[in-house]
Design a protein around this ligand. Structure first.
Ligand code: NAG
Length: 288
């Protein structure tokens, strides 16, 4: 009560509510696929639905499908809600990633590798800088990603890249340019999403093939939210620009430790067999 006892506080409260209400009216347009994205692949297999709020991709024997953001960005926060191919999704790969074009490209990946019915999806993450990748980490999820929409986010600022699942950080890739590790920061990137067949490698190392009698396979995308800076520097910050300095606090570090201890199934930093000369130098730094 004391809080509202003076008029000034009340007025501030009204102004704040107005801003919140207006924010609710303006932000759905940010998540409109008509406005943000172009379907680029699949000859009718990709469809914008729900007045622009949703987009479905499908895959059959003849083709997959895909879309990309109209704009290129240099740093930003990108959120996508995804409901993955249900049932027997073995051989399929659903993607949500950022990439620049041309030689020596930069890339930040979320890829979802399908599996036989009842077997867990693998969430594959990777970072390329100036054409060099080999920084894979893979996870299994603590929920069924085909039963409902979940939010997958990439935060990309000049200091770090954070991968989040339902707002839980699962991976941070730090800017380690000071020890000679390239970091994506000069090449603008576009957002790309696709659903395609990769049964030569995706599921259990390529042993489990796509069952085409189950086609078409469909993945659903929703609420694509972009808070990012254009290649020219102007930043669209409808939901604020806290992503520009975002890092993990103690809670985030605890949460990520939990995810990595329980749900990480591959870590390039721990793969001595693949890197007999030693793993990359950033692996010797603290994990967080
Ligand atoms: C599929 O399930 C098997 C068995 O649980 C698991 O070993 C594998 O990592 C899963 N993911 C993929 C993409 O093969």
């Amino acid at each position: 009560m004391a809080l509202f006892s003076n008029l000034k506080a009340l007025r501030n409260q009204v102004v704040l509510s107005l801003i919140v209400v207006l924010g609710c009216f303006t932000s759905p347009s940010a998540a409109n696929f008509y406005r943000t994205s172009d379907i680029t692949w699949g000859d009718g297999r990709a469809k914008i639905v729900d007045g622009g709020r949703g987009l479905s991709l499908s895959l059959d024997q003849y083709s997959g499908s895909g879309f990309q953001s109209k704009n290129e960005y240099l740093f930003g926060r990108f959120d996508m809600q995804l409901k993955l191919v249900p049932g027997n999704s073995a051989g399929t790969v659903t993607t949500f990633f950022l990439s620049s074009q041309g030689e020596g490209h930069d890339e930040i990946d979320f890829e979802f590798l399908g599996n036989a019915s009842g077997q867990p999806y693998t969430v594959h993450t990777n970072v390329y800088a100036q054409g060099k990748g080999n920084k894979e980490q893979q996870f299994q999820l603590w929920f069924d990603p085909t039963a409902a929409f979940h939010t997958y986010s990439i935060v990309w600022n000049s200091q770090r890249i954070i991968f989040l699942v339902d707002n839980s950080p699962i991976r941070v890739f730090h800017n380690h340019e000071s020890i000679g590790i390239p970091f994506p920061k000069n090449q603008p990137m576009r957002v790309y999403c696709s659903l395609w067949n990769a049964d030569d490698w995706a599921t259990q190392g390529g042993r489990v093939k796509t069952d085409w009698t189950k086609a078409p396979f469909v993945a659903h995308y929703r609420n694509f939210n972009i808070n990012a800076c254009a290649a020219g520097g102007a930043c669209d910050s409808q939901s604020g620009n806290s992503w520009q300095t975002q890092e993990l606090d103690a809670n985030g570090r605890n949460r990520m430790r939990w995810v990595q201890q329980r749900h990480m199934v591959y870590n390039y930093c721990a793969d001595a067999q693949r890197f007999p000369q030693g793993t990359s130098n950033e692996c010797k730094r603290s994990r967080f």
